[in-house]
Design a protein around this ligand. Structure first.
Ligand code: E4P
Length: 227
């Protein structure tokens, strides 16, 4: 399962990239608002960081904000012109969005059908040719009881119907939600930086490592290792 950073904060992206094995970045308008900069300047900064750091193999998912099909397609063209053909165009899985996904995927664009709240929506997005569907795990849990169960259903629908659309789990709020879907074997998860950091923030592990170091130093003269 790929692990993407669900953030547009350049400081968080830099920190996570330096310290954790991750595969890219997803943004949406609300995430860009949190970053507090002009959206495309913010995205320029993120891709500028990748270029400067020599990071080549990354996924970047950028959401369109148009509500009509032509507007979505025009935006997709502008996004790809600015950030490259490998960019994933995030399009809400509503009626107009699926139409745009259908056209764009036929033209070879990577598309991510976003704001997936149920399995039938994911099924239609898959049929429209989306590269990814992004089910909103925690939002579904809040609304319907168990978002994980719905992702299981989407996974089975794609597998049992030979659909090649991949699953990008989104809207995570707990570590268990992430590991449950890694266990299932979905293709990717996009996770906020705070939650990625939490994956290695375990008191028991830190205590165990500190004890190993203490024990070693008890054997060393003048508290220095001899090697
Ligand atoms: C993906 O990029 C989604 O837009 C995002 O994960 C939604 O997360 P939220 O439910 O915390 O807003």
């Amino acid at each position: 399962m790929k692990l993407l950073i669900d953030s547009a904060s350049i400081d968080d992206i830099r920190h996570v990239y330096k310290n954790y094995p991750v595969d890219g970045v997803t943004t949406n308008p609300s995430i860009l608002l949190k970053a507090g900069k002009e959206p495309y300047e913010c995205l320029d900064e993120i891709t500028g960081y990748f270029n400067a750091a020599g990071i080549k193999d990354y996924e970047l998912h950028v959401q369109v904000i148009s509500t009509d099909v032509k507007g979505m397609i025009d935006e997709a063209e502008r996004i790809v012109k600015r950030y490259g053909k490998e960019t994933y165009i995030k399009i809400p899985a509503v009626v107009e969005g699926l139409y745009a996904i259908n056209i764009l995927s036929a033209q070879g664009y990577h598309t991510t059908a976003t704001a997936i709240y149920n399995a039938h929506q994911a099924y239609l997005a898959g049929k429209a040719g989306a590269t990814y569907v992004a089910p909103y795990v925690n939002r579904m849990t809040n609304l319907y009881g168990d978002g994980i169960e719905i992702v299981y259903q989407i996974f089975a629908i794609f597998a049992n119907n030979n659909m090649s659309t991949k699953i990008l789990g989104a809207s995570f709020k707990t570590l268990d939600q992430i590991t449950d879907l890694a266990e299932l074997g979905i293709d990717a998860a996009t996770v906020p930086p705070e939650l990625i950091k939490k994956m290695l923030d375990d008191k028991d592990v830190n205590d165990a490592v500190a004890k190993f170091n203490d024990d070693f130093h008890k054997l060393c003269k003048d508290d220095k290792a001899t090697m």
